[in-house]
Design a binder for this molecule. Sequence first.
Ligand code: HEC
Length: 247
Amino acid sequence: MKQDTNYILEKVSLPKLPFSFKVLFTGYILSVGFGLLMAGVQIMMTHGMADGKVGLSVDDIVYSYYGNTKGTKLESKLNGSMKNNAPDAERLTLIKWARAGAPQDQWDSTIKPIVDKYCVMCHVPGAPMGDFSSYENLKAKAESDHGASFSSLTRVSHIHLFGIGFIFFFIGAIFTLAEGFSCFTKSVIVLTPFFFLILDILSWWLTKMSPAFAWLTIIGGLGYSLAATIMIFTSLWQMWITPLRRA
Ligand code: HEC
């Protein structure tokens, strides 16, 4: 394949850059590189734990964006780790109440007595696993989880597009000065992060509508991480190692 050579690259390719430019580009690349790593750690700690297990999985993405409509926290706990804390009849009453949307008019007459008798000895005010002595607190556990809200998605979407677009503009601009790539290969690598960035953002919205799209989010993230890694390492290598080898 034909090398991406033109008069600009003959003069200012990465290995031939003036020292001060190399320092500037390296400073930028290193801080952005650490930024991307931190973003990865943050994703693992927030979305990664959404399904209660460490590590990012398709379920995490589904819970984060689509939500968990298979029932409320209260219902799943009453069928899970809280199962032995109340007799079946009372448990069923609580589950029905949760499914009905936790109506307040049943609280004093039916629900509060059950909760006081079977739950509040542990779920006292100040308890780290939740204080269920008041209607509001238990109602919060009886709401179904709708995932990310539209307003938070629009906010995070535009911040991501602007911010990450900016990052990849400069990473790409530095990488376009690399030697030894055909014009086609270089263009594909430079375009890849933008393509995956848009795919990633689009996948959040699609996942919000249907959990079937969750895997697109993972592919999007992997895609631009991979492209960033290639550009960052090639640029650093050509600025600092290639000139040494030629000397
Ligand atoms: C013996 C003490 C004890 C009793 C009694 C008890 N719980 Fe719990 N509950 C816990 C503990 C400990 C946790 C945290 C661990 C877990 O989620 O399994 C918890 C967690 C929960 C959660 C999840 C809270 C959250 O935000 O993650 C719900 C909902 C819940 N309990 C409901 C109930 C209900 C309803 C009852 C009464 C039928 C009840 N619990 C009785 C100890 C208790």
